[in-house]
Design a protein around this ligand. Structure first.
Ligand SMILES: C[S@@+](CC[C@H](N)C(=O)[O-])C[C@H]1O[C@@H](n2cnc3c(N)ncnc32)[C@H](O)[C@@H]1O
Length: 238
């Protein structure tokens, strides 16, 4: 089946959204039609990593999916000695990541729940559009683990879809995103996907994400990307 046809099947499925075999093969094109500026965000993470990573560093990519973050960081640091560890609970997604990153020598992928993993001291941890899939009650302890895992002056990059605390703001920015998505999907496809994500993806507000990062002991946070209901934060360990 062609990618376009698989995407059509995925977007007509009822029930909860799954990162399964079907989604794994359409992910790279689908995500670019779902998250505004996705390619630019990945490029930005790569450029920032050039500044943030010392020689001989360790990078974790949480919810690595098809390995886009690792590929971007590697492209930006082709010579620097960096070890990459990509974590994801979906075997089909990891299969695509291994193919995409097959030219990177120092990368390993583990199939795990990121909340339960035993982390080694790291220089940079990235969670791009992953925390929103973690149960809300487990997010603070995951962020505390991330903070404690980082070496002093280590960095955490968090990208998330966000909601708005004021309902009129929320409706406005969701509508803006919906209008953007109409460039790529039919109104029925947008509605079906929204339904399927309802129970599995629970974004919080930008303020709530920053509050959680502070509670997890990140004292220094900067929003470095924002597009309507999407935001990326750089959080530095002291
Ligand atoms: C939207 S994708 C992440 C996209 C990816 N980081 C990127 O930049 O392209 C979310 C990923 O998180 C993974 N995931 C969700 N919950 C997880 C968990 N508890 N442990 C590990 N991986 C998880 C999913 O399998 C999926 O591949």
């Amino acid at each position: 089946m062609k990618t376009k046809d698989i995407e059509r099947v995925v977007l007509s499925r009822l029930g909860d959204w799954k990162f399964d075999e079907h989604v794994s093969v359409i992910f790279d094109t689908h995500v670019r039609k779902s998250i505004p500026c996705y390619t630019q965000i990945q490029e930005l993470i790569g450029i920032m990593s050039k500044e943030l990573l010392p020689e001989n560093s360790l990078v974790y990519d949480l919810g690595t999916a098809t390995g886009e973050v690792i590929k971007s960081i590697h492209n930006a640091n082709p010579i620097k000695k960096v070890k990459y560890i990509g974590l994801d609970k979906s075997e089909p997604m990891l299969r695509q990541a291994k193919i995409k990153c097959s030219n990177i020598s120092n990368v390993i992928f583990h199939r795990v729940e990121i909340e339960l993993y035993n982390y080694q001291p790291a220089d940079l941890i990235v969670a791009a559009f992953t925390l929103q899939f973690i149960e809300s009650k487990n997010r603070l302890s995951l962020l505390q683990t991330i903070h404690d895992t980082l070496k002093p002056k280590g960095n955490f990059i968090l990208c998330e879809k966000i909601i708005y605390e004021e309902s009129h703001d929320h409706d406005f920015y969701m509508d803006v995103h919906e209008i953007w998505k109409q460039n790529h999907f039919t109104k029925t496809e947008i509605k079906t996907k929204k339904e399927s994500l309802k129970n599995v993806m629970l974004p919080s507000s930008l303020e709530e994400n920053i509050k959680l990062l502070r509670k997890a002991n990140f004292k220094h946070t900067n929003v470095f990307f924002k597009w309507s209901n999407f935001a990326c934060i750089l959080a530095k360990k002291s």
